[in-house]
Design a protein around this ligand. Sequence first.
Ligand SMILES: Nc1nc2c(c(=O)[nH]1)N[C@H]1C(S)=C(S)[C@@H](COP(=O)(O)O)O[C@H]1N2
Ligand SMILES: [Mo]
Length: 331
Amino acid sequence: MLIKTGRDGFIHPVSSEITPQAVYRDRREILRLMATGAAGTALAAWAGRQAQAQAQRPGKLAALQAARSTVPGAVTMEKVTDYKDASTYNNFYEFGTDKADPARNAHTLKTTPWTVEVEGLVKKPAKYALEDLLKLGAQEERIYRLRCVEGWSMVIPWVGYSLSKLVEKVEPMGNAKFVEFITLADPKTMPYVGSRVLDWPYAEGLRLDEAMHPLTLLSFGMYGEVLPNQNGAPVRLVVPWKYGFKSAKSLVKIRFTDREPKTAWNKAAANEYGFYSNVNPEVDHPRWSQATERRIGEDGLFAKKRKTLMFNGYEAQVGQLYAGMDLKKNY
Ligand SMILES: Nc1nc2c(c(=O)[nH]1)N[C@H]1C(S)=C(S)[C@@H](COP(=O)(O)O)O[C@H]1N2
Ligand SMILES: [Mo]
């Protein structure tokens, strides 16, 4: 058993850490590669990954064990963003619009008990207590690039499993074509819910085939620990090839529909935020160029901007989902 839930409902760390399983898997892989002569490079990559993982363990919240994901494209070798940056430079408008607001204010978010309701066009609608949702799939570590439409990006080691695991459990009906994600809107604990910045609750959506893609992650943790409140505790979506706002935080409802769902940002400014919102350096946002990005942590005087990659670098994995589509029209 990977995760224990205590009587108080909190997730408690188990004694062993995250690495052993991943180490054994990697070691076997290296032994295999030794036979082919490719062991040198593999060892270097392995050492790099271990160093990265260990350097990043912040020790702030309960550990969440995970084995490194084997889903194609799920682990970038780019340098992981410092936990401090990833947990203090946030967009979570329920807690304020300044990047520092969520880390300052989200301590009021009450994450236990937590239920996620799955409803709509499914044969098996269900209400999942967080403890049960956690166990629906094996927890994996995935190191994804996250690209915000505002022009900055980070590299974050998430913990979670493919959303498709949940989709398969609830058995979508034949006419289900889209999935809507609805997040908590509690004016008592979220100071900006009720403000007119957005039409609450914050809602997002995906086409069913996007929701089923193995890279679409239902995430419960990051940096080997449970999610900090400001990053969307206790459970959020992460869709790495789309702009960050598609990755809805603190999910309470997942609804299967036959119609494209309305999303919070599309309602706020339809000409700026489309339903698809795939990262695309060739299609600019009306106010911001999308051709380059600033990697958080690289913002020194001489830091160069990075070129933004098509589908945020996940084109090989997701490009075929959009074959034949006009990506300028379907922004
Ligand atoms: N509920 C909710 N989810 C949200 C947001 C929000 O304001 N509310 N902001 C989005 C935006 S714009 C981004 S870039 C990412 C940021 O995730 P991070 O803070 O974990 O990096 O969360 C997304 N999910
Ligand atoms: Mo964003």
